[in-house]
Design a protein around this ligand. Structure first.
Ligand SMILES: [Cu+2]
Length: 119
């Protein structure tokens, strides 16, 4: 009887250790609307997102949707959006930095979110 409970205990410990070892970092995948124009905007936006801690970033110029993956313990949605806005691009929650926007190439002078809001 004692041997049996010892075996059960060992089995339980092994299963726990295995489960903990399998625990991956909390990775979140999200989509964020980001205003922009062309392929160059794409590289600017993706670079800014990665600088804010996104492990992967892919912006689609047709849908204007940025898909990011990031570690929840390292960054968050707002930080990523702020970084993209800092590069001159309007995002869902932030307005792009005006200075950065002015310095973008002509092809990247997209229609601002603020401009589309006003009628
Ligand atoms: Cu562009």
């Amino acid at each position: 009887m004692k041997t049996q409970s010892t075996i059960l205990t060992i089995a339980f410990v092994l299963i726990s250790v295995f489960t903990i070892a399998q625990n991956k970092p909390a990775v979140k995948s999200e989509t964020i609307k980001v205003w922009g124009n062309c392929g160059m905007c794409k590289s600017h936006i993706e670079k800014a997102a990665k600088e804010a801690g996104a492990t992967t970033a892919a912006w689609n110029k047709d849908t204007k949707i940025l898909t990011v993956k990031y570690d929840l313990t390292k960054t968050d949605n707002q930080k990523i959006q702020k970084s993209v806005a800092g590069a001159g691009y309007d995002t869902k929650d932030f307005v792009g930095n005006d200075e950065a926007y002015k310095n973008l190439d002509e092809c990247c002078q997209y229609d601002r979110k603020t401009a589309t809001k006003k009628q």
